[in-house]
Design a protein around this ligand. Structure first.
Ligand SMILES: Cc1ncc(COP(=O)(O)O)c(C=O)c1O
Length: 401
């Protein structure tokens, strides 16, 4: 059976992780994989997670199945966190949520749901976008197209071109949007752009699919979902994939959810029944442990308070590194070409250098980033920021970029 199979290249990001681990250099810097790192370079277990985990284990009486939808209290806590308690779509019972194995699981269930409801719909994804979006959505069999989003050379959004492209989409097509902290660019829509986009989506009868993997990494838990809330208020149908890998640091526990907003309560119930059948046919039920921890934190005022503070500390650490790296790049290059890093949001920015320069940064300086020159700012430390800035400046000028 397997004689005809050739070996595939490893996934770009996972392949980079393997190379980094194998590099014996003592000064190596990992700006590749998208995980938060503290000042010691660790990806810590949050204190609120440790405490909630103990409480969850102490109270647990069985390991029996939960359900294809996962934990009900988790699902309703997700809706409160993302949409707020008083959101009109929730008041009208037009929202239903299923727990999923991480944001990836939620995106995949969402893609299968689109395929079940509208098999001929095209899904528009941003150019550039996170490397796993195309495999995750494309392997459901849906047709994918790109819309212009960001110019890595000028470090600016291509909002006009994005709107022009979406004007040409067909009614019923789906637009995948990063809710905040765009991966890989760190460039988000502002309030006015969200309004213009919503007007276009409504007029062209397009369906937004929001990917929310970094709630709390931009400004705070509420400001970061202003766009999501507005979209779900103005549009009759919305899909929202949520991930708790980053903001609760629950990466390997696989905690996420898919929320569906439909035009009426009964349509949202119907969509929900399909989401359950899809889940059942892929993985049957989502893992429970991480969702139990998340639900416990969100329901316990003291733990929630502690989470908000720990999340703010992660966010501030990344913001500090943005400021520091931009400062050091100014010194090293003698110009302000990299000042954009300071004001972008979330974990990532695109450096905007060629893949050959990315290779030299890795081979000569042991600085690892993905070939599109995406940097995870949480991989920068105060002790290595000057080294990173000088290496970037040197390799960029050697290449005449
Ligand atoms: C934009 C985006 N969406 C979704 C995810 C899904 O994350 P996970 O499946 O680990 O929860 C990620 C993780 O890197 C991401 O960057």
């Amino acid at each position: 059976m397997f004689q005809e199979l050739n070996s595939l290249n490893p996934d770009a990001i996972l392949g980079l992780m393997v190379k980094f681990r194998a590099d014996p250099s003592s000064t190596k810097v990992d700006l590749g994989v998208g995980v938060f790192r503290d000042l010691s370079g660790n990806t810590p277990i949050l204190e609120c997670v440790r405490r909630a985990e103990q409480a969850v284990l102490a109270a647990q009486l069985t390991k029996s199945y939960v359900s294809a939808a996962g934990r009900e209290e988790f699902n309703s806590a997700v809706e409160s966190l993302v949409l707020g308690d008083a959101h009109v779509a929730r008041r009208e019972r037009r929202t239903r949520t299923v727990q999923a194995p991480g944001g990836c699981g939620a995106l995949r269930v969402g893609a299968e749901l689109i395929r079940a409801a509208a098999p001929h719909a095209t899904v528009y994804v941003s150019d550039p976008t996170w490397g796993n979006h195309v495999p995750l959505l494309g392997s459901s069999g849906l047709r994918l197209e790109r819309y212009p989003y960001y110019d890595p050379a000028t470090h600016e959004l291509r909002f006009g071109a994005m709107m022009e492209r979406l004007e040409g989409a067909t009614a019923g097509d789906v637009v995948l949007l990063h809710a905040c902290c765009h991966n890989p660019t760190g460039a988000d829509l502002d309030g006015e752009q969200w309004h213009s986009l919503i007007e276009l989506l409504l007029r062209r009868r397009l369906v937004p699919f929001l990917d929310l993997a970094y709630q709390g990494f931009g400004d705070d838990l509420t400001t970061d979902v202003a766009g999501v809330r507005l979209v779900a208020e103005k549009l009759p149908e919305v899909l929202i994939a949520t991930s708790y890998s980053k903001n609760l640091g629950l990466y390997r526990e696989r905690v996420g959810a898919l929320t569906v907003v439909a035009a009426t309560a009964s349509r949202s119930d119907a969509a929900h029944s399909h989401a359950l059948q899809i889940a059942r046919s892929i993985y049957s039920m989502p893992p429970d442990h991480g969702a139990a921890i998340a639900a416990h934190i969100l329901a316990d005022p003291a733990l929630r308070e502690s989470w908000v503070l720990e999340l703010a500390a992660m966010r501030e650490r990344i913001k500090d590194m943005r400021v520091l790296l931009a400062q050091h790049l100014r010194q090293a290059t003698g110009n302000d070409a990299f000042d954009f890093i300071r004001s972008q949001r979330g974990m990532f920015s695109l450096l905007g250098v060629s893949s050959a320069t990315v290779d030299r940064l890795r081979d000569k300086h042991h600085i690892y980033m993905t070939s599109d020159s995406r940097m995870n700012l949480a991989g920068i430390m105060p002790h290595n920021v000057a080294f990173v800035a000088e290496a970037i400046a040197a390799e960029r000028s050697a290449a005449g970029e």
